[in-house]
Design a protein around this ligand. Sequence first.
Ligand SMILES: Nc1ncnc2c1ncn2[C@@H]1O[C@H](COP(=O)(O)OP(=O)(O)OP(=O)(O)O)[C@@H](O)[C@H]1O
Ligand SMILES: [Mg+2]
Length: 208
Amino acid sequence: MGKWITFEGIGGCGKGTQIELIYNWLIEQDIQIVKTKEPGGTEFGSSIRKLVLPDQHPKLSPFTELMLFQADRHETVKQIIIPALNQGAIVLSDRGPFGTIAYQGFGKGVDLDLIDKITVEATEGRKPDFTFLLDIDPEIAKKRIKERNNSEIDQFDLEEIQFQEKVRKGFIDAAKNDKAKKVFTIDGSKQIQEIHYEIINIFEDHII
Ligand SMILES: Nc1ncnc2c1ncn2[C@@H]1O[C@H](COP(=O)(O)OP(=O)(O)OP(=O)(O)O)[C@@H](O)[C@H]1O
Ligand SMILES: [Mg+2]
């Protein structure tokens, strides 16, 4: 059985950057590795990803949003994550269940117990083995997004700082309440290489 590792945090915290670095590092170690993302890990999910872009349907209700993200997650878990884990791979997910608590729960007021229940169904009861939370001040994250080349504009990039503050609190709360205590919270404002080395150390000590 492999291990499922999620990378979480607000837009611009550095998830994609760090996943790319640790993905390449793991390949160098000859470790079987699969990379996926939410939303849009599957072909079906990439259609959902388009639906949740703000310019498509800007007034989606939080509940509709919740269900779309969970449907996307369910397909990714079934089609990609569980088969890869069964083959013994390490799966790196760009976003995961914490995001639903943070955005739809803390950000948009959806009931947290409801979120939990639907997440259990969506993930077939499988929980990430480890989670990296890249915690960062939304102001810094926003600046980074603006500077990012070939920027993927998504709904979360365009939300206001105040909303992002609520979301950030949601991520921190999700980490605090994680019963398995397998969350590593990292200061996302540090330099890219410094964070990468921190993540390598955690992989060596706890994951591989
Ligand atoms: N530690 C860092 N210090 C400075 N800049 C960084 C750092 N990490 C990432 N960046 C830069 O900030 C931008 C956002 O990073 P990245 O795309 O990895 O974030 P993300 O969490 O994947 O964002 P999103 O959720 O919007 O996809 C990129 O241009 C990246 O090069
Ligand atoms: Mg990204």
